[in-house]
Every structure is written in structure tokens, then in C-alpha cells.
Ligand binder design. Structure first.
Ligand code: AMP
Length: 437
């Protein structure tokens, strides 16, 4: 099934194809026609299923169909509520992306940043607002937004909003929105509280549910290869070469790291291309096409760049570095093992990353098997150091490697969180690799 058969207008199809999406995801297939009909929806879907496009595309189309030729400031007609600023920013980016060929305006508001620039944008008038509940109410209080003309309301990750204690804020917002409207509620879980909220809010809703991303990972074999940081690149080349992998998606934490690794793989005779935020859309599309066609064996990506890329059904995903945000791990490994296919996700983990690994294992509620590759045994005298250049977070400074080398047991054996250090340059004698990755 293609996007063309869903009844979307040409401008939206164009935006979708520019994103490189070839086929709607299961939730999009179900949600888009229903939302276009004006139905209320109760959607069981997590992030990673394509739900954002599932509600954004038909929402944009409906706003176009009911465009109001009013003079003066355009009334706010669609409101998307999200629990966190990260999700709000992500949804707003999707609204921008999918709506880029339409004359609709949107903006995003969330707390933790100055309210004034947000006010300026709201006062000029927008059709669509993505917001976290608390900051939205601040704007209501300051009269920078009027919710009385809302036609479409989306509650995204409703279960998380309730978990975070937003129910009172949500009720206050609902009291300001017209009763007559279309409501789309998305939630990964359906607790009694969610059902109560849905009952009070939705009119004869259509229930749509898709398998969660976490369950898709049942078909993914996960493994951790413990390795010293300075030998990661060597191990990666070894794994690719000795297993004769032809198509591998590799994740790095930073754009710089992606570039460097791509270069180094090239020197090892393994064709690789990098995609990240500093690359133009054209360069990204080209890299993806070459990867898909088999011209390059390895695509090195950052988390942000990998979002929105149609790279389904990959046999191998490698976490060259673990992500700082545990949820990103689930997104990354969800790139393989899709649609019942077997997939393999391996993580090259150095001692600095033990804390990140622990967080990930807590999130996915299982221990990932550890497998030391022969010849790449970790040096137990190396102590953890802070992760520099990580997105968003840098660990505090502290002490690092023990003086005197191999004293005491390796943190790997006890699997305890890494101690902290302050230097990022840890080239040790005995390394086969010349250049630290
Ligand atoms: P979401 O669940 O909305 O957070 O989307 C998860 C990821 O899937 C995002 O990176 C989207 O850009 C991407 N995506 C959404 N729809 C499609 C599609 N039809 N084909 C491929 N990727 C998609």
C-alpha cells in the first residue's frame, strides 16, 4: 500500500516523499483515513510507530479543508498536547516538515525557556500549536493564546501526561476548548485513568492499536561486546569483515564521531557514508540511496539524523557508542528485526558507558548478554572517564584511571557503574589500533 491511496492532498504526499517514506506504517494506514473522516480516535501506539505523521498529515489536510477566510489574526484551530518539551519539539518539527508546502502556520511552546519569544509568535497568529500543558496555561493566563476556536485536539502520550501529574492542567485546558471538536488521544497503555479520560472526552471513538516498538524487538538478537574505547573501530571492522556483513547501520553519539568513523572505515577498506544534521538534505538522500543499493556497506548515523529515514528491515544495527538517552537505544535497535524478520543489534561498550548500559537494561527490563570477542578482551586496568561531547549531557568531573595500572578487579566483572574521570584521551600501550575512535 502506498501513501497515494490514503486520500491525502498532493502537497502532503510531496512532503512525505521528500522524507523518503515509501509506505505508510500500520498506524498511519489505520489512522489517516479515520482522521480525514473527522472521527475521534483512541490510538494505542508508542513513539517509533510513525504515529506523529499518522495524526499530523490528516490534521493538516483537515485544517486546509476548513480554512477560515477571517480577516485579522488567524484563529488557533489545532492543539497538540504533549508531556515533555522534547516530544513537543519533535512533534512541532514534524508539523513543520509535513506542512512545508501548505500555507499553515504552527509554533511550539514549552516551559524552561523564556516565555516572551513564544508570546510574540502566538500573538501574530498560528493555526497549529504544539504545547506542554503547564506552559500552555501560562500563555492562557497572559492572554497570548485563545483556545475557543479549536477544531482538533490531540493528546499525545496521554498516559505519560497523567503519570507526570498533568491531569488538572489538562482539565483546565479542556474547559477552555469548544465541546464540538475532533479529538485524537494516543497512549502506549490503557490504564483505568486513561479510559476515564477517554470516556469523558471522545465521541464514539475508533480504537486503533499497533504492536509496540518494544515487542518488535523480540525478533532482534541483542548483544553487548565489551571493548576498550580505543579498539572500537578495529573491532567494528573485524566484525563487518569476518562476518561479511553487507548492510550495517552504525550509530555514533556525535556528528564529529560519525565523520571520523566513516573516514576510518574507508581506510580499512570498508565503504561507508555518514548522515547527520550538518549534512545537507541532498547529501543525506544520496548516502541513503547508496546504502540501500549496496554501493556502501555501512551507514554511520547520529540519532537525530536517523529519525525520519526509511531504513526498515536492516539485518545489522551497531551501537558504536551507546546513546545518552536510553529510549534512543530502543529506537535504534527498532531499525532491525522489523515485520517479523530476524535482526541483530550489537553494542560496542567501553568502561565509560557502563552506567548508560545499566540505564538501558533497566528501561528494557532485561540484561543484554555480554560477549567478549576473542582478541578484543578489555584491559581491566582502564578506569571510566567522562563522556565528552555527548548530546545534552556531560558527566561531572572526577578521578579517572588508577595510577599503577592493573590493580583491583575490572568494573566489567562486577558490572558496577563506571567511576568518573576527567580526561578523554586514553591511548594505552598494547593497543593494536593506531587511532582511538
Ligand atoms: P514517531 O512514532 O511518530 O515518533 O515516528 C518514528 C519515526 O518513524 C520517525 O523518525 C519518523 O520520521 C519515521 N516515519 C514515520 N512515518 C514513516 C514511514 N511511513 N516510513 C518510514 N519512516 C517513517
Amino acid at each position: 500500500m502506498s501513501f497515494d491511496s490514503l486520500g491525502l492532498r498532493a502537497e502532503l504526499l510531496r512532503a512525505v516523499s521528500e522524507q523518503g517514506y515509501s509506505e505508510p506504517t500500520p498506524i498511519q494506514k489505520q489512522a489517516i483515513p479515520l482522521v480525514l473522516e473527522g472521527r475521534d480516535i483512541m490510538g494505542g501506539a508508542q513513539t517509533g510507530t510513525g504515529k506523529t505523521a499518522g495524526f499530523t498529515l490528516p490534521l493538516l489536510q483537515r485544517l486546509m479543508a476548513t480554512a477560515r477566510p477571517e480577516k485579522g489574526r488567524r484563529p488557533l484551530r489545532a492543539l497538540v498536547l504533549t508531556p515533555t518539551r522534547e516530544l513537543a519539539a519533535q512533534v512541532a518539527e514534524s508539523v513543520d516538515t509535513y506542512g512545508r508546502h501548505l500555507p499553515l502556520k504552527s509554533t511550539v511552546v514549552f516551559g524552561g525557556v523564556s516565555i516572551n519569544p513564544q508570546k510574540q509568535k502566538l500573538i501574530k497568529g498560528v493555526d497549529i500549536l504544539v504545547a506542554t500543558p503547564g506552559r500552555l496555561l501560562d500563555h492562557v493566563g497572559q492572554r497570548s493564546v485563545n483556545l475557543s476556536k479549536i477544531d482538533i485536539l490531540v493528546l499525545d502520550e496521554a498516559d505519560r501526561m497523567l503519570d507526570m501529574g498533568f491531569i488538572h492542567d489538562i482539565k483546565k485546558v479542556l474547559a477552555l476548548i469548544p465541546k464540538q471538536k475532533q479529538t485524537l488521544l494516543f497512549s502506549a497503555t490503557f490504564s483505568n485513568d486513561i479510559k476515564r479520560l477517554a470516556d469523558s472526552l471522545l465521541k464514539s471513538p475508533e480504537l486503533i492499536e499497533v504492536a509496540q516498538r518494544n515487542t518488535a524487538s523480540e525478533t532482534v538478537t541483542q548483544v553487548v561486546h565489551p571493548v576498550d574505547k580505543s579498539r572500537k573501530r578495529e573491532l567494528l571492522s573485524f566484525l563487518i569483515g569476518s562476518n561479511n556483513w553487507r548492510q550495517v547501520l552504525v550509530f555514533t553519539r556525535t556528528k564529529h564521531g560519525a565523520n571520523r568513523l566513516t573516514e576510518q572505515l574507508g581506510k580499512d577498506g570498508i565503504s561507508a557514508a555518514a548522515i547527520h544534521g550538518n549534512k545537507s538534505q541532498g547529501a543525506r538522500t544520496r548516502a541513503l540511496a547508496e546504502f540501500k543499493s549496496g554501493k556502501v556497506r555501512v551507514l554511520v548515523a547520529t540519532d537525530i539524523a536517523a529519525r525520519g529515514l526509511d531504513i526498515d528491515q536492516l539485518p545489522h544495527v551497531v551501537n558504536y557508542e551507546l546513546p545518552n538517552i536510553s529510549e534512543d537505544y530502543v529506537h535504534r535497535i527498532g531499525r532491525t528485526g522489523r515485520a517479523g524478520n530476524e535482526g541483530e543489534a550489537m553494542s560496542l561498550v567501553c568502561v565509560d558507558e557502563l552506567k548508560l548500559l545499566k540505564d538501558i537494561e533497566r528501561l528494557i527490563k532485561r540484561n543484554i548478554p555480554k560477549d567478549v570477542v576473542e582478541g578484543f578482551e578489555v584491559d581491566p586496568s582502564i578506569r571510566a572517564e567522562p563522556i565528552i561531547n555527548g548530546r545534552g549531557r556531560q558527566q561531572p568531573k572526577g578521578r579517572n584511571r588508577r595510577p599503577g595500572g592493573n590493580k583491583g578487579s575490572s568494573p566489567w566483572k562486577k558490572n558496577r557503574p563506571a567511576s568518573r574521570g576527567n580526561s578523554n584521551n586514553r591511548s594505552r600501550s598494547g593497543n593494536r589500533s593506531k587511532s582511538a575512535a
